[in-house]
Design a protein around this ligand. Structure first.
Ligand SMILES: [Mg+2]
Length: 209
């Protein structure tokens, strides 16, 4: 008997699985004498928060991603426990906009914090000089994801736009008035109103259909 394929759950890396904004701000403050924090990072577009060019943001991100501070980033609270349960019901795919050359610093961090839980890692394209450089909607459609969990409002809107429900992890940089109907804001990995409860609700819906 061929075992039925489990539904695919797509999960973002930065500030969903692993808390990277806080160490990034700490690194930036140390290097550039600023006083940023994750709480004061009001935009997903760091050039707006940091007041520099997009090219300079990419250069500073490269510095951070090859630093030991990056490698010491901690997992999001409650993520491991929820994912241990999800991995028995879903195929877990990490979907990040990080360019592929960050893979060798990203994969070990994932394996350290979430060993043997993910089936595949999907990386983005090289940073562009203008606008977004990568479509998560395309990836989510290619892998037939039944849901995306992300902290980027643009990703949530785009993926919901192709009919895939998205959980938007509440962060200072994704605040907005009205969300599309397929996007649900969550404040935690834990609890019935958190990622855990929402994903388990989705699983029961899939079973019923
Ligand atoms: Mg993210």
């Amino acid at each position: 008997m061929i075992e039925a394929k489990r539904p695919v759950l797509a999960i973002d890396f930065d500030d969903v699985l692993v808390e990277t904004m806080e160490p990034l701000c700490f690194f930036h403050n140390k290097m550039y004498g600023t006083r940023f924090s994750a709480a004061s990072s009001w935009s997903f577009d760091l050039e707006e928060v940091w007041g520099c060019s997009v090219e300079e943001v990419h250069r500073r991100l490269d510095e951070f991603h090859t630093s030991s501070l990056h490698d010491e980033s901690l997992p999001a609270k409650g993520a491991h426990e929820a994912l241990t349960k999800f991995a028995t019901l879903f195929e877990l795919h990490m979907v990040t906009s990080r360019p592929d050359r960050y893979r060798e610093r990203t994969a070990p961090l994932l394996e350290r914090h979430f060993p043997d839980l993910f089936s595949e890692f999907h990386f983005g394209k090289e940073f562009g000089t203008k606008g977004r450089h990568f479509s998560k909607a395309n990836v989510c459609q290619d892998i037939q994801a039944v849901m995306l969990i992300d902290d980027g409002l643009h990703n949530a809107e785009e993926v919901a736009g192709v009919g895939i429900p998205t959980l938007l992890f509440d962060r200072p940089w994704n605040q907005t008035g009205i969300l599309p109907s397929l996007v649900t804001r969550v404040h935690s990995w834990q609890g019935q109103k958190g990622v855990y409860g929402r994903v388990m609700d989705l699983y029961r819906t899939i079973l019923r259909d």
